[in-house]
Design a protein around this ligand. Structure first.
Ligand code: HEC
Length: 124
């Protein structure tokens, strides 16, 4: 019977005795996080700064397709990110309808890829 009791006094006391907090407030404001989330965050910012919002909305079709619809159509992988980044820079039409997307020739391929990574990470 005594063996069946799981809560030994030792176990109990050890759980309460960990009072070492390793938090130093001033150190880590910008952590060099894993690449994927960082790229997505950057893509979101780039999109916010660009003219994309004039034609795209996250969840609703405006002039161009909603980002969640684009995400549903293309899985997030290198090939799609590359392909769509090129399309944003060069412009395109015929995939979603007759309305063309204007070219964004001032965008760098890197930035365009970050934007696409963000868009394709959005799921309904
Ligand atoms: C003038 C309006 C307009 C602007 C500005 C615009 N888009 Fe588009 N976008 C469209 C339209 C229209 C389509 C659908 C084109 C088609 O049917 O092939 C589209 C399609 C897309 C697609 C999917 C392409 C495909 O082949 O499936 C992506 C990704 C995209 N836009 C991202 C962006 C980003 C990022 C920006 C900002 C840099 C942007 N768009 C700015 C109108 C626009």
């Amino acid at each position: 019977m005594a063996m069946a009791s799981c809560s030994s006094p030792e176990e109990r006391s050890s759980t309460t005795s960990t009072t070492t907090t390793t938090e130093s407030p001033a150190t880590t404001t910008e952590t060099p996080a894993a690449e994927a989330p960082a790229v997505k965050g950057e893509g979101e910012k780039l999109i916010a700064k660009s003219d994309c919002i004039g034609c795209h909305n996250k969840v609703q079709k405006v002039i161009g397709p909603a980002y969640v619809d684009i995400a549903a159509k293309y899985p997030l992988n290198d090939e799609n990110v590359n392909h769509l980044a090129d399309k944003i820079i060069a412009g395109g039409k015929g995939v979603w309808g007759e309305v063309p997307m204007t070219p964004h020739s001032a965008l760098s391929k890197d930035d365009a890829k970050k934007m696409v990574s963000y868009i394709l990470s959005l799921k309904k």
